[in-house]
Write a protein that binds this ligand. Structure first.
Ligand SMILES: Nc1ncnc2c1ncn2[C@@H]1O[C@H](COP(=O)(O)OP(=O)(O)OP(=O)(O)O)[C@@H](O)[C@H]1O
Length: 779
């Protein structure tokens, strides 16, 4: 049963005034007690902050003297205290949110971090600790020793309300699906700010089971729109970092989402849960140093997304190890030597046989040929001078000779992945040779100017190429190799230091998060401070301990291949809705997506409750999708909305849009408005909306923190708004090559209001919600 301060009159319905008054008194007392406890927790938090500040000041006071080892240890401590302070600040808002009363008469408070008093007595349990699990999992069917679960509803530091679930068999109904309903609905009805917030206080049982699943293996979470997949994936990342600190702190966690707007939307969730060391990347930035643009032609996306590209890239690399047809005569100082195709072929075979990547195998290639040529030269010079020449001088002369360098480079050029892919896609002969299976039309479609920017579907090709080419820097100099060696030794130091830090942590009675990488980053030479995230992000070969993939239905086989490489342990949380897939190369089932990499060794769970979209709006979205033959699952909506969706047929799209936006701004005063429009109308709509609502309007190119955002369906993927206006639904469908997936996704973005404005026809299935704006303007 749920009871709360505000709803006592309706829900408990006390039979007599006396009962009612007694009840009120009890609640007042409970609130008073909880307020005192909340104050105590904040008091302890403030104390810890102060302690941290003092320790930081102490460390800083000791200055920069001492040995290198001492200095780097001190820097590591300083950074630890800085990070710890950052974490203590991050959890200040709604620090505590739950209390459990247990069968053994003990009480347990649940909050964002674990806290203990100065005598190491526990004050609050971290929500991720095993003892906190019952807060989310206990039901009246399975009490797990819990008598009462209390939700503490705070606004920043102030306790506003409490809400109890008494786990008594009489009040079983819906317990499994929704407990703490008041707290949940309050969270769901909150106005959207444009940034996703954490759901730590109201995680539901079916979500909690996924969040707390084991680290090992590939865990797929399938769920319709708004079922909390993103929220669950991020809370799972925080949970895994907490429970597998030892392992994940060394390797890190990577979170991947579809677009930069999506990454912006989710980027504050993990820090608010006290986790800052996670690497976040969109599909466009998975290859270090490249920020790719979207792939606008789905046909090209499909071609580049197919696993056939593995062989194409392999052949493209092999093609850059060339054997010329003619004998070359090369000058070495005043002598001449001959380089024959047969010699090159032989050196190539030996170099390939090393099994090393192109740039590293080149060393063998060069060494063999330089020796061959030096042999020739030695023979010539010995014959002409009659003296034995110094072999090492000869080798150096040959190596340095301009002709030799040019000839060897032409045969086996050290190369970056960027050069290889750029040449492959801009030079017909390379593409025709490497892509023998491609039709003439395919080749034509793939070819592009040399200076064209890299697209999202080039990213896995670059990664594939980099894998086969190896380290370019090391091949042409040694900077990268040296940096890597330095980094490794720093990592060792950092791990040692961390052991000391851990002891300090224990003493403080708190559990914190600091990683060896963070320390190693700090220890790196030079004054620049590099976080674990930055270090991992800039290193293509970094092996993450866990990878979270959101909107995973969009990934092409080549993108999956890249991600699998990023986590050799194959520990993944994969969340998505296969019905929402819109990318051209995406799969039609989880099996199709994953089996090439892990066969059937993945676990599939499903989320079934829609927390975002009110039922009327879900109904319209599902009706439209099904009318077009798209089989979508329709999760049960938690909320009834205030407003029915509206489809407005009109000749005056921009005028209607302007009127509707003004109504929306009124209806959800201060709320977030999303205008979703496909590419053909995008520029006109941005211009019109910006002119009228200049200070309020943003795009993914300009500002995302504005109140009205104009986005393409791809950019809106995964996001949510209080109210959504979709301009020209028919164009959204056409831009997705006649499929309704994007329109379905766009229709499921609002938490309150939805309008579609159409001058070019209304998609089937929406008749019941359509009004003809040509007769009466939007209302
Ligand atoms: N247990 C919960 N408590 C409070 N809010 C929740 C809970 N679960 C989900 N939500 C909220 O519901 C909304 C939808 O969640 P989320 O974006 O994670 O869903 P999704 O399944 O990823 O959606 P989509 O696939 O449509 O993008 C978010 O505002 C999220 O905060």
């Amino acid at each position: 049963m749920s009871t709360s301060r505000e709803d006592t009159s309706q829900q408990t319905n006390p039979e007599t005034t006396a009962d009612h008054q007694a009840y009120e008194r009890q609640l007042e007392e409970a609130l008073k007690h909880e307020r005192e406890y909340v104050d105590r927790l904040y008091g302890r938090l403030d104390e810890l902050r102060e302690e941290n500040r003092e320790k930081l000041a102490d460390v800083r006071r000791t200055g920069s003297s001492g040995s290198h080892q001492n200095r780097s240890e001190r820097d590591a401590y300083a950074t630890f205290y800085e990070d710890r302070l950052g974490q203590l600040d991050a959890v200040d808002n709604r620090l505590v949110f739950g209390r459990l009363d247990l069968d053994d008469a003990s009480t347990r408070y649940i909050g964002r971090i674990g806290l203990a008093d100065e005598n190491h007595e526990r004050l609050m349990v971290d929500w991720r600790a095993p003892e906190a699990g019952t807060f989310y999992q206990a039901t009246a069917f399975d009490r797990q020793g819990v008598q009462r679960r209390r939700h503490l509803i705070l606004e920043r530091r102030t306790l506003r309300n409490i809400e109890d679930d008494v786990l008594d068999p009489e009040f079983l109904e819906h317990e499994e699906v929704l407990h703490g309903e008041g707290a949940l609905l309050a969270a769901l009805n909150r106005k959207r700010t444009g940034r996703m917030t954490d759901i730590v206080a109201t995680i539901q049982a079916e979500q909690d089971r996924i969040i707390r699943a084991d680290l090992a293996g590939v865990h797929v979470v399938q769920g319709g729109p708004g079922t909390g997949k993103t929220a669950v994936a991020l809370h799972r990342a925080a949970y895994l970092l907490y429970t597998n600190r030892e392992r994940l702190q060394k390797s890190g966690v990577l979170v991947v989402g579809p677009s930069s707007s999506f990454m912006w939307y989710i980027e504050r969730v993990l820090p608010s849960l006290g986790e800052t060391g996670v690497v976040m990347s969109s599909l466009a930035t998975l290859y270090p140093g490249v920020r790719a643009v979207p792939e606008s032609d789905p046909r090209i996306g499909r071609l580049k997304g197919s696993l056939d590209m593995v062989a194409v890239i392999k052949k493209a690399v092999a093609d850059r190890q060339k054997v010329p047809q003619k004998v070359q005569t090369l000058s070495v100082d005043s002598s001449r030597v001959e380089l024959r195709p047969k010699q090159i072929k032989h050196a190539r075979e030996r170099a390939r046989a090393t099994g090393k990547p192109h740039n590293q195998a080149r060393e063998t290639f060069v060494k063999i040929l330089v020796q061959d040529l030096a042999d020739q030269l030695e023979k010539q010079l010995n014959e002409s001078s009659g003296n034995d020449m110094d072999r090492s001088y000869l080798l150096e002369d040959v190596r340095q000779a301009r002709d030799v360098r040019v000839a060897l480079n032409l045969a086996w050029m050290p190369m970056t992945a960027e050069t290889l892919v750029r040449d492959l896609l801009s030079k017909r002969h390379y593409l025709e040779s490497a892509g023998a299976h491609l039709s003439e039309d395919d080749v034509e479609a793939l070819l592009r100017p040399k200076d064209a920017p890299f697209t999202e579907s080039d990213v896995p090709l670059l990664d594939e190429a980099a894998e086969l080419l190896g380290d370019f820097e090391a091949a042409v100099g040694h900077t990268a190799a040296r940096a890597a060696a330095e980094r490794n030794s720093n990592l060792e130091n950092a791990t040692k230091t961390l052991e000391n830090v851990d002891a300090a942590l224990e003493e403080m009675g708190v559990n914190g998060v600091v990683t060896a990488e963070m320390l190693a980053g700090i220890n790196e030479t030079g004054a620049t401070r590099m976080t674990a995230a930055e270090a991992a992000n800039s290193d293509r070969t970094w092996a993450y301990g866990h990878v979270v993939v959101d909107e995973a239905q969009e990934l092409s086989p080549m993108q999956w291949r890249l991600l699998m490489r990023r986590c050799p342990m194959k520990s993944f949380t994969v969340v998505g809705d296969i019905a929402q897939a819109s990318a051209a190369a995406s799969s039609t089932s989880w099996g199709e997506a994953l089996e090439p990499f892990v066969e059937d060794r993945y676990r599939l769970d499903e989320l079934t409750v829609n927390y975002r979209t009110p039922s009327q709006i879900s109904e319209a979205a599902v009706s439209m999708a099904r009318a077009a033959g798209l089989e979508v699952s329709a999760p049960r909506a938690v909320r009834e909305g205030e407003w029915s969706p509206q489809v407005i047929a009109t000749d005056d799209v921009l005028g209607t849009l302007s009127r509707r936006l003004r109504q929306d701004l009124d209806a959800v005063a201060g709320g977030l408005v999303g205008v979703i429009v496909a590419q053909p109308e995008y520029d006109d709509v941005v211009r019109a909306v910006s002119e009228e609502f200049s200070d309020l309007t943003g795009t993914s190119e300009s500002a995302l923190e504005r109140q009205i955002l104009v986005l393409t369906p791809w950019e809106a993927k995964g996001l949510e708004f209080d109210t959504v206006v979709i301009v020209e639904p028919t164009s959204v469908v056409e831009a997705a090559y006649g499929t309704v997936g994007d329109l379905y996704v766009s229709m499921t973005r609002p938490t309150q209001r939805l309008a579609l404005i159409a001058s070019r026809g209304v998609p089937a299935g929406l008749e019941q919600w359509t009004t003809d704006g040509r007769e009466s303007p939007a209302h």
